[in-house]
Design a protein around this ligand. Structure first.
Ligand SMILES: NC(=O)c1ccc[n+]([C@@H]2O[C@H](COP(=O)([O-])OP(=O)(O)OC[C@H]3O[C@@H](n4cnc5c(N)ncnc54)[C@H](O)[C@@H]3O)[C@@H](O)[C@H]2O)c1
Length: 315
């Protein structure tokens, strides 16, 4: 198949392109390189079935493909808050443009949605039936509400135009090719530990997160995309094993052998206290559940950042 991956030069997108190429597909990576990097896809450039197009999804795109994975959107608070209006446009106009393309082509389309649609949840763990508790006017709203609106558009195209849609709600994912300066907790801790700097914890570190290793997540993407027509989602994809932020910091210090110490700063606005996926639907319909333990995933991530810190200027 010819498959379009928007945001294909980003962290998750580059792993997805790699996976699709390894299955023999023809892959078109579309990216405006806001947070994506050429380094992430450099190893794919010599593959004759891989093509890159610099394009911003807030503008219409005219290409011919059989499937579309829509991942374009900055995912970390530092990046999506840098230009919040553009973030909402990327989610909303980007969804409209990619759905319009899918409609014209009769192509199946996958949306990379997020656990942020649950906001600061009142139920725990979160299942897909939970509607969420989201602040519509806060500093995270450009991302959370943009993604919620994109989901609305997907389901309206499904109902109104009979489009084949697949919506994944992704929970915290980590692994090689995360942006080193994106302020996300795993990359922050690993980079701080490798540099021997203090590890910054917001609040007391008792807020919990679940961390999914990237290879597990990409397996979930591909299974959902190729699942029977009636499974539109949303489907939670993430690792239900919960850790406190403090526990994560301690694991990173141990696995890097770092001399870093923990320092504590105030919690940012609207930071959710708890986040854990209920993945019963993915287990049942996709026969999917994560297989990579935190220590194994962290070890691979640490070795990626270790190399990167040696060869690259991280700014
Ligand atoms: N990584 C996670 O834990 C996580 C969790 C939930 C949801 N997601 C979603 O998965 C997708 C990929 O996330 P990621 O972690 O790989 O982030 P990322 O920032 O590494 O990748 C996003 C990619 O989209 C590109 N992009 C941004 N705006 C664009 C635009 N207007 N036009 C074209 N390209 C654009 C960026 O340059 C980048 O390559 C995002 O939609 C994100 O919301 C990720």
């Amino acid at each position: 198949m010819r498959i379009l991956v928007t945001g294909g030069a980003g962290f998750l997108g580059s792993h997805l392109c790699e996976r699709l190429l390894s299955e023999g597909h023809d892959v078109l990576c579309v990216d405006n390189f806001f947070t994506g990097r050429k380094r992430n896809i450099a190893h794919l450039m010599s593959n004759p079935y891989f093509e890159v197009m610099r394009h911003d999804v807030t503008f219409p795109l005219y290409v011919e493909v059989d499937q579309i994975y829509n991942l374009a959107c900055p995912a970390s608070p530092v990046h999506y808050q840098h230009d919040p209006v553009q973030t909402t446009k990327t989610s909303v106009h980007g969804a409209i443009n990619m759905l319009g393309l899918a409609k014209r082509l009769g192509a199946r389309i996958f949306q990379a949605s997020t656990s942020e649609v649950y906001g600061d949840p009142e139920v725990h763990p979160q299942s897909e039936g939970y509607w969420g508790k989201v602040n519509p006017i806060g500093i995270r709203s450009c991302y959370d509400e943009g993604k919620r609106c994109a989901e609305t558009l997907f389901f309206d195209y499904y109902r109104q135009h009979n489009l084949s849609i697949k919506v994944a709600r992704i929970f915290n994912t980590y692994g090689p090719r995360m942006h080193p300066n994106d302020g996300r907790v795993v990359s922050n801790f690993v980079v701080q530990a490798l540099r021997g700097e203090n590890i910054t914890i917001y609040g007391e570190g008792q807020q919990t997160r679940s961390f999914c290793y990237v290879d597990d997540l990409i397996e979930g993407f591909v299974r959902l995309m190729n699942a029977p027509e009636d499974l539109t989602g949303p489907v939670n994809l993430g690792n239900p094993n919960e850790f406190t932020i403090r526990e994560l910091a301690e694991r990173v210090i141990e696995l890097t052998g770092s001399s870093s110490t923990l320092i504590f700063k105030p919690l940012p606005e609207d930071d959710p206290k708890q986040r854990q996926p209920d993945i019963s639907l993915a287990k049942d319909r996709l026969k999917w559940s994560p297989t990579i333990e935190l220590d194994e995933g962290l070890t691979k991530t640490i070795s990626y950042f270790d190399e990167l810190l040696k060869i690259a200027d991280l700014d």
